[in-house]
Design a protein around this ligand. Structure first.
Ligand SMILES: Cc1cc2nc3c(=O)[nH]c(=O)nc-3n(C[C@H](O)[C@H](O)[C@H](O)COP(=O)(O)O)c2cc1C
Ligand code: SF4
Length: 592
């Protein structure tokens, strides 16, 4: 495809808030953002050139350097690794005599890794020119090599290669209740906006994206915020490694999710909605666009929805470009505005100062689907399941050392052991609940419950059998956070890199006792001093593992004598300078 920048800019109405989408289209056509293209975009959108270049450089799926005509990105989370992705990657690298992160001399192929692609139930997986290929095997790698060598366009590769299966292995209220488009909206309209929010409050619905904030409180705050314009955003970034339940919801229940957004719009008085879809899920796009179109035709989107005067609402899909931090709601809003995904200072919160500084509700895919069904069936129906503090059900993405990976819907309060039994886990050594930013459980904690009051989960449930080395798992997570830190604040930028260096040293048998001590100091400092949730939670796996799996660390310590060549306190001096702090709390505590 050749680049017709004029057509791309026109398609996006020369709108600076569409900058990320413009750059995505430029990449699809030209493979990179060339200096002259960046200049032309800046001129057309009347933006500083540095702003356009900054956005092109921020997202890992964009870039200003040439890449191979075939750009291969291996999904690189711990579950892919357990499934043999490193060996498969090496096969492909050998086949093209190219190093990781390099472009082959003839420019034909570049091979690199990317964070989790959301296909842990059918990994190992890769992306080729943005298209996901699951269930990789040596035979598949051979076939892919041949197709690349034959310069066969990816669009002409066998469709079967790209088939994504949905494995739903347990259904409850959310996935098992029949739903006809429009019925939740009609119920919400009949009940009225204020009483719809009351119903959600009675239902006790809490956000499914991680923080567990009350959905009714969020909607009410947005409704009460001053000003005529409001927005509803569906967070479908699903970047937490090991999570794929939103993929399943969007694949099978798109109408329910869009209905939830429309119910939210009615409740808060929003006119415009966005679904922010992670870049790794482009295979969902045609289906989602078709669902939106069908809803417009049915009068469920557009003007005078369901005949209600003044109720106009429509939804557009905005595709990300490979940045985990963009799942954080304020970074997501920045990205929606066509900027780098740097989290904002909070407060103010999106409910009052969100998209374009206007009141905005941001909810997870699953939260919106649940809200639609609560609007339809009522609070008591939802409260049939769950516990007092954690009502309803939760979708879990179960992967790792289990016989039956897939999506399981459980009443909140289910024990970890129950999930393990149902998914066919064997001799369990550890379970990571909620992804790397969540909680690492040992085999002694399998009686604990998935619930806000015990072990909360945004959806990931990764199982590791007793043969797995927890230190290697923690090392994988540490590298994930170092890669995904946006670099805005020093505790996270420096801390995640230090953590990754220390875990790598320990895995290689070159770590010291000092490294083990420093790991917990760095993790603790990041928790208290980071600007956003990414840095605040990046140390969780290290802290949990040090507490529960200490022998994994001690076994690998090479020498008790070796002293570090790096002074942690000194490394954070720039952060103290920027924040004008020199008090004791801004220093690492002296070792005893
Ligand atoms: C680094 C980071 C990544 C996040 N990623 C997601 C995500 O992929 N999907 C999501 O719904 N929430 C994610 N969140 C949480 C959002 O900031 C926000 O709390 C959520 O979208 C609100 O929706 P809810 O109230 O329905 O849970 C993330 C938070 C952080 C700090
Ligand atoms: S904590 Fe990390 S991801 Fe968050 S703003 Fe700071 S550097 Fe960026």
């Amino acid at each position: 495809m050749s680049l017709d920048l004029g057509a791309i800019l026109a398609k996006h109405g020369n709108d600076p808030t569409r900058l990320l989408q413009i750059l995505r289209d430029v990449h699809a056509a030209d493979g990179l953002a060339r200096p002259e293209t960046i200049t032309a975009i800046a001129r057309a959108l009347q933006l500083p050139r540095a702003r356009v270049e900054g956005v092109a450089g921020f997202y890992s799926f964009l870039g200003t350097e040439p890449r191979g005509r075939f750009r291969v990105l291996f999904s690189d989370n711990i579950v892919d690794r357990l499934q043999g992705s490193v060996e498969l990657r090496q096969r492909l690298l050998d086949a093209f005599q190219v190093g990781l992160g390099e472009v082959s001399r003839d420019g034909l192929v570049s091979i690199d890794v990317t964070s989790c692609t959301g296909l842990c139930d059918q990994g190992p997986a890769m992306l080729v020119n943005g298209r996901a290929i699951p269930r990789l095997t040596p035979a598949r790698i051979g076939a892919i090599s041949a197709l690349i060598r034959g310069r066969s366009p990816v669009e002409e590769w066998p469709e079967n290669m790209f088939r994504i299966d949905e494995h739903v292995l347990r259904r409850d209220l959310l996935l098992g209740t029949p739903f006809a488009p429009g019925e939740a909206l009609s119920a919400a309209i009949d009940r009225g906006a204020a009483r719809t929010i009351d119903e959600l409050k009675r239902a006790g619905l809490r956000g499914r994206g991680g923080a567990g904030f009350s959905t009714a409180t969020k909607w009410q705050a947005c409704r009460d915020a001053p000003g005529p314009q409001r927005f509803v955003v569906c967070n479908a970034d699903e970047g937490e490694p090991g999570t794929f339940k939103d993929r399943q919801l969007l694949a099978e229940h798109a109408d329910l999710v869009f209905e939830g957004m429309t119910v939210a719009a009615h409740a808060v008085g929003a006119q415009r909605g966005f679904l922010y879809l992670r870049a790794e899920y482009p295979f969902l796009l045609p289906h989602l666009e078709a669902a939106l179109e069908a809803r417009r035709r049915a009068g469920l989107l557009g003007g005078e929805i369901r005949g209600v005067r003044g109720f106009a609402f429509d939804i557009e899909i905005h595709v990300g470009a490979g940045a985990y931090v963009c799942g954080e709601e304020s970074a997501l809003i920045e990205s929606l505005e066509g900027k780098r995904g740097i989290p904002r200072n909070r407060p103010p919160y999106p409910v009052t100062h969100g998209y374009l500084q206007k009141p905005t509700v941001v909810n997870n895919v699953e939260t919106l689907a649940a809200a639609a069904l609560i609007a339809r069936h009522g609070a008591d129906w939802w409260r049939q399941r769950g516990t007092t503090q954690s009502s309803g059900t939760k979708l879990l993405s179960v992967s790792g050392d289990v016989a039956r990976p897939g999506v399981y819907e459980y009443p909140l309060g289910v024990t970890v052991q129950q999930v393990l039994d149902d998914s066919g886990a064997g001799d369990v050594g550890a379970v990571q609940v909620g992804g790397p930013s969540g909680v690492l459980l040992s085999r002694h904690e399998l009686g604990r419950r998935i619930a806000f009051e015990d072990v909360p989960s945004a959806g990931a449930f990764m199982v590791f059998d007793a043969s797995r080395d927890v230190l290697e798992i923690v090392d994988d997570f540490a590298h994930f956070f170092a890669h995904e830190s946006c670099g805005f604040c020093t505790p996270c930028r420096v801390g995640t890199t230090l953590m990754a260096q220390m875990t790598a040293r320990l895995v290689a048998g070159k770590g010291t006792r000092r490294d083990v001590k420093d790991l917990s100091r760095v993790a603790g400092a990041m928790k208290s001093a980071s600007h956003c949730g990414l840095g605040a939670t990046a140390g969780n796996p290290v802290l949990d593992a040090l507490e529960k799996f200490r022998p994994s660390f001690d076994r690998r310590v090479a020498s008790r004598e070796v002293l570090p060549t790096f002074d942690l306190d000194e490394a954070l001096a720039p952060a103290r300078e920027v924040t004008a702090r020199e008090d004791a709390g801004a220093h690492f505590p002296e070792e005893s």
